[in-house]
Design a protein around this ligand. Structure first.
Ligand code: NAD
Length: 291
């Protein structure tokens, strides 16, 4: 397929490279990042989109996405598909779908889980919102970049799934970190806590696959001095999108709200910016009970 790829950052570049590896013809655009090998360089987002059957975007946030989409949709061929893989607010995802539809183009939101390593390995999970027929058209491309693809529902449903997943992740990471810090103070060995919890009802991905305690469990950012991985400020971004969605849907999400407040403090006041989101463990370990 002929593909336009806009946003070749940490995630976009390896994803575009995997499309090339699968035999697709990819034209890419990014104002600051380099094109990976095999991707031909377009001079603008509109240039990357012109003549493409599918245009993929992998951008930082909703405002960037809306700006790019306003430029790209008129340049896209009638009937072509815009597939946004960024993590953005649900309103932006729905606005993009509407804009595309009004112009006679198609759109799906297809945010990902799996991080930079999953993007490089081609093992991302895609959660997709949009019409089933459009999902079917992009699915072969998503399979070239990932190992699992779930059609979640109509426009915005992919972003909804992503925000719900990361709200659970933020809360379970905090709970795991505070449990390790409590164990330290109770004189319980960290390895023993891992041995028990990882096979018990307190287990989670945060404990079993991404253990925040150095030297315990599979290799994780904790073993590299908490270099990300998944940076705390990106977790904060996703938690805030979750809270924004909860407010607009009138949903009661107290755990998500507390996780958002704790990550905001960590990133904005406690030196957490640029550290992995599992660096909540040294944060908790270094403090006592708050009054
Ligand atoms: P990044 O900052 O490395 O890459 C974003 C790229 O978009 C940058 O290279 C930037 O130059 C480019 N860009 C910005 N405005 C542009 C424009 N107008 N036209 C063309 N390119 C433009 O970010 P990333 O880590 O690749 O993340 C991208 C998206 O994926 C984000 O929405 C993020 O939340 C999501 N995500 C990231 C991870 C992760 O682990 N990094 C995991 C899952 C989802």
């Amino acid at each position: 397929m002929k593909i336009g790829f806009i946003g070749l950052g940490n995630m976009g570049a390896p994803m575009a490279a995997n499309l090339v590896k699968a035999g697709h013809e990819v034209r890419g655009f990014d104002p600051s990042a380099a094109c990976p090998e095999g991707v031909s360089r377009a001079v603008s987002a509109a240039d990357a989109a012109a003549g493409a059957e599918v245009v993929i975007t992998m951008l930082p946030d909703g405002p960037n996405l809306r700006a790019v989409v306003a430029e790209v949709i008129p340049a896209m061929a009638p009937g072509a598909v815009l597939c946004d893989c960024s993590t953005v607010d649900i309103d932006s995802a729905r606005a993009v779908a509407l804009l595309a539809g009004e112009a006679g183009r198609h759109a799906v939101d297809a945010p990902v889980s799996g991080g930079v390593s999953g993007a490089a390995a081609g093992t991302l999970t895609f959660m997709v919102g949009g019409p089933a027929a459009v999902f079917a058209r992009v699915e072969p491309l998503l399979k070239a970049m990932g190992s699992r693809t779930v059609h979640c529902g109509t426009a915005g449903a992919g972003q909804a799934a992503k925000l719900c997943n990361n709200m659970i992740l933020g809360a379970t990471m905090i709970a795991t970190c505070e449990a390790f810090a409590l164990a330290d103070k109770l004189g319980l060995d960290r390895q023993k806590l891992f041995d028990v919890v990882s096979t018990s009802t307190g287990s989670s991905w945060s404990m079993n696959a991404y253990c925040p305690a150095p030297g315990i469990g599979p290799v994780s950012p904790a073993d590299r001095g908490y270099a990300p991985g998944f940076a705390a400020e990106l977790m904060l971004k996703d938690l805030r999108l979750g809270q924004q969605a909860a407010a607009s849907a009138d949903a009661d999400t107290p755990m998500g709200e507390l996780a958002t407040r704790l990550y905001a403090r960590f990133v904005e006041e406690e030196g957490g910016r640029g550290r992995d989101f599992s660096a909540m463990l040294p944060r908790f370990a270094g403090r006592g009970r708050e009054a």
